[in-house]
Design a protein around this ligand. Structure first.
Ligand SMILES: [Zn+2]
Length: 428
């Protein structure tokens, strides 16, 4: 046999094996294939996506605790214990790229990103989820046909993807630290209820009751989102005894909850946060710390925040910097809204000008400027809107590499806060 025919035979054998494997998976599991797409600047290998999806499947179908429902189904009525199949979420095809911005930072960006083909979108930054927010790691319409996540702590990425998938099949939050649908993620967030399981398997390709017509595994057709409705972060309570340090040490899927941060109002807590901000051991929590300080601080905390922002921005900027700086800019917006601090407003204006920064990575520099522009709009006064208008004119005159957030969207944000107050805007 020639080398070529050996290769062909070997390839045919592989294809046959693959087909047999697919048949085996289909007849023994409840399968929801997911097409995964990343922005071209996001690092995510096929192997890593497979691992995340495997962890996602495991937390869903395994009974991790006595209270956890093992999400397996036979699609019979009533289901027979003998033909129960675990709900699994394999990767559909290779990890592709999507054609939209890396920065999920506005309603416009969300609509564009979620409207491109592919079910899972791995983006570089999320700073909007129905409202501007700080430290967001996932955002998905509830229900919807596409979900957005950032890369995150490897051990918990499977839970994050399961949580966001849960929203796309219509699941709301559930206040239980052991629940996948809990609004903040901890390593114990592994439980689903029987009712949640029904939603988790609702888009399985071998579910005879799946009439959604939504193809989770096909990256080809665009899945334009009609009207995006997002599960709000707000509707949950803090556990009894949570202090400000506990609060900033949590990872909130849809960002630091503003109205809960406001509960910690008081000089002593502000002092605690200001001290933590300068502590390198708190580095990974700095986004929550700075944002919460903005929500509860006074005018004397403006310099703590701007000093921290200066340090953050003095490093070579990457997308992690964008996420952290965004939290600081929104913190300044809260401080300026409450205290009228001219220093906070000046800092936002300066930072929103693209000419303020170097040009080493225009996409990142523009993202940093955008977070300051959102902050300026969030100051929520007539004057801040005038200043924002001037910033947009100046940025237009010097040219930007990427499209800014549509001005009209920030005008609406500013007017909403003028009308409702910043507390009202972020109220549950
Ligand atoms: Zn959520």
């Amino acid at each position: 046999m020639s080398n070529e025919s050996t290769r062909v035979t070997s390839l045919q054998t592989k294809v046959t094996h693959l087909a047999l494997l697919m048949v085996a998976v289909l007849t023994t599991a409840c399968v929801t294939p997911l097409s995964v797409r990343r922005h071209q600047t996001v690092g995510l290998t096929d192997a890593r996506a497979t691992t995340i999806l495997s962890n996602f499947s495991n937390v869903v179908f395994t009974a991790d605790t006595p209270n956890d429902f093992a999400c397996t189904t036979g699609f019979n009525n009533p289901p027979q214990i003998t033909d129960m199949m675990p709900a699994i979420y394999p990767r559909s095809g290779a990890v592709g790229t999507y054609a939209a911005t890396a920065n999920f930072n506005s309603a416009a960006a969300a609509t564009a990103i979620l409207g491109t083909p592919g079910y899972v979108k791995v983006v570089n930054n999320i700073s909007w989820c129905s409202q501007p927010g700080a430290n967001i790691i996932g955002c998905s319409p509830t229900p919807g046909t596409s979900m957005a996540v950032v890369r995150w702590t490897a051990a918990l990425e499977g839970i994050l993807w399961a949580h966001e998938f849960g929203h796309t099949v219509g699941l709301p939050h559930r206040n239980n630290v052991n629940a996948i649908m809990n609004p903040f993620i901890v390593p114990t967030a592994l439980e689903v209820t029987a009712g949640e399981c029904v939603s988790f398997v609702s888009r399985a390709i071998n579910n005879p009751f799946n009439t959604s017509g939504i193809v989770t595994g096909d990256p080809a057709p665009g899945m334009a989102e009609k009207e995006l409705v997002f599960e709000r972060v707000h509707e949950f309570e803090l556990a009894k005894g949570t202090d400000v340090v506990d609060f900033v040490h949590q990872t909130y899927v849809h960002g630091t909850p503003t109205h809960l941060a406001a509960r910690f109002e008081g000089t002593k807590n502000a002092q605690t946060l200001a001290a933590m901000l300068g502590d390198t051991r708190e580095y990974e929590h700095a986004g929550n710390i700075v944002y919460t300080l903005g929500v509860i601080g006074s005018s004397r905390d403006v310099s703590h925040v701007t000093k921290w922002l200066d340090t953050e921005q003095s490093r070579e900027a990457d997308w992690t910097t964008v996420q952290r700086v965004n939290a600081g800019m929104l913190a300044l917006a809260h401080l300026a809204n409450r205290t009228g601090s001219p220093d906070a407003i000046d800092y936002l204006v300066k930072s929103a000008l693209v000419s303020y920064r170097g040009k080493t990575n225009p996409e990142i520099e523009d993202a940093l400027a955008d977070s300051a522009a959102v902050g300026l709009a969030m100051v929520g006064t007539k004057n801040s809107l005038v200043l924002l208008d001037q910033v947009y004119s100046k940025n237009e005159s010097v040219g930007r590499k990427t499209s800014p957030i549509p001005f009209e969207e920030l005008v609406d944000l500013n007017l909403d806060i003028q009308e409702l107050g910043i507390d009202g805007y972020y109220a549950p």
